[in-house]
Ligand binder design. Structure first.
Ligand code: FDA
Length: 395
């Protein structure tokens, strides 16, 4: 009878982290198999960055990540840096540009990054099996035995790189968390991150005329704040600033939005009243905000007359609605649209240098499945490359 196929390393998940780990392990002469249940590798890379893959952020550091242990990511991020990945991209002649705030994007297509990783995997002798879900997984001696895609496989190192729960339509599963729990490892609470926030029906209907309006804001939740664009949607709020703050927001909390950062709107209104009192309040606000938004704020606060007819109290209320709009979202759009999953395999279970599970020799977790979640802007891929690279040196 034919025995099981034997590999040094099996990586489950052909995403960003899994492919990077496989390449590095293969380069070290390890016999590596990558398994994925999807039809194609790197699907999230393909759709990322609007099809241009924001593949890293040159400023990536531990402060750009959310984790129960903010120090956990320090080691991996310093061992494999944005410049290391950019050097790889350059070796393949893939043109890129910095869009804003250190975010690096392909000039062409995210497909180039996937092709680069596949070429690297091939050169490192890595075997890739697609449409090969893992049906069974167990400890065998010092290693692991699994059945996947109809094959019996044994390996000494098993790397879980199955990502988070975001966008189930694209094949995201909770597989990695289940494996961790199966082996008795702690998993911190998971929730959608980098996700649009939603409002209750009453507020939504009042804000309905604003759907599609975008404005540059400074948004805060507790002590955390972000600047960037905010978009009113049919469900609530979206746009980069909102996605960023969503990773820090919890049910029941309010967020405060300054829709004219840097402008003291109360002072601006008072000055305009002193100079030309016959202007409308909305007319002055529209110098700072999109017209539709300015008008709705004025209607909401009964400031539809001329400036000359508006007292300080009314102007202050209008200004506060612009500079410090405090609103309580009721929820988020959930995993359906979230870019990432917050929480995951508890970093206390892992060695920060190798991503190895301390209590289960040979088992590794890398990428988004770990409780390390980046901000919007290329940080999540940098974590995937860095954690994958570290495990690749150790498996
Ligand atoms: P990833 O999700 O990439 O890969 C996991 C792999 O495991 C998949 O191939 C999946 O099919 C496979 N898998 C899952 N369950 C399995 C199972 N049970 N058995 C076998 N295989 C299984 N980040 C960034 O830095 N810049 C950006 O521009 C973007 N843009 C972006 C856009 C959108 C729409 C989304 C949803 C996300 C982003 N991100 C991003 C986030 C980024 O895509 C994400 O953090 C990384 O892809 C995580 O890499 P991983 O390798 O950990 O998981």
């Amino acid at each position: 009878m034919k025995g099981p196929q034997s590999f040094d390393v099996v990586v489950v998940g052909a995403g960003a982290a899994g492919m990077m780990c496989a390449i590095e392990a293969g380069k070290r002469g390890r016999r590596v198999l990558v398994l994925d249940h999807a039809k194609a590798p790197g699907e999230k890379i393909r759709i990322s960055g609007g099809g241009r893959c924001n593949f890293t952020n040159i400023h990536a550091g531990p402060k750009n990540f959310v984790s129960a242990n903010p120090r956990f990511a320090i080691s991996a991020l310093s061992r494999y840096r944005p410049a290391d990945f950019t050097a790889l991209v350059d070796r393949y002649g893939i043109a890129w540009h910095e869009k804003t705030l250190g975010q690096l994007f392909c000039d062409g297509s995210s497909r180039q990054i996937i092709d680069m990783l596949l070429t690297e995997m091939k050169a490192a002798g890595v075997e890739l099996r697609l449409q090969a879900p893992v049906d069974r997984l167990e400890r065998e001696g010092e290693g692991f035995r699994l059945s996947a895609g109809g094959a019996e496989i044994v390996c000494s190192s098993l790397v879980i790189a199955t990502g988070g729960k975001s966008i189930p339509k694209m094949g995201a599963t909770g597989f990695g968390y289940q494996v961790a729990e199966r082996f008795g490892l702690k998993v911190t609470e998971t929730r959608p991150g980098l996700v649009p926030l939603t409002f209750e029906a009453g507020l939504l209907s009042r804000l309905a005329p604003l759907a599609g309006v975008a404005v540059d804001v400074r948004v805060s939740c507790g002590k955390t704040r972000f600047e960037g664009a905010m978009l009113f949607t049919h469900r609530g709020l979206s746009g980069p600033a909102i996605l960023q703050i969503s990773s820090y927001w919890r049910e029941g909390q309010a967020i405060t939005v300054d829709m004219a950062p840097g402008a003291d709107v109360f002072e601006a209104l008072r000055q305009a009243r002193a100079e030309r009192g016959r202007q409308s309040v909305a007319g002055v606000l529209a110098q700072h905000l999109p017209r539709r938004l300015a008008e709705l704020i004025c209607e909401t606060h009964g400031a539809t007359a001329n400036l000359a007819d508006a007292g300080d109290k009314r102007l202050r209320a209008v200004a506060e609605a612009v500079n410090a709009w405090t609103v309580k979202p009721v929820g988020s759009e959930g995993y359906r649209t979230a870019e990432v999953t917050l929480g995951g395999v508890d970093t206390g279970e892992l060695d920060s240098r190798t991503m190895a599970a301390r209590r289960i020799p040979g088992l590794y977790f890398i990428g988004e499945v770990v409780d390390v979640t980046g901000w919007l802007g290329g940080y999540n891929f940098q974590w995937a490359w860095a954690s994958g690279w570290c495990a690749g040196q150790a498996v």
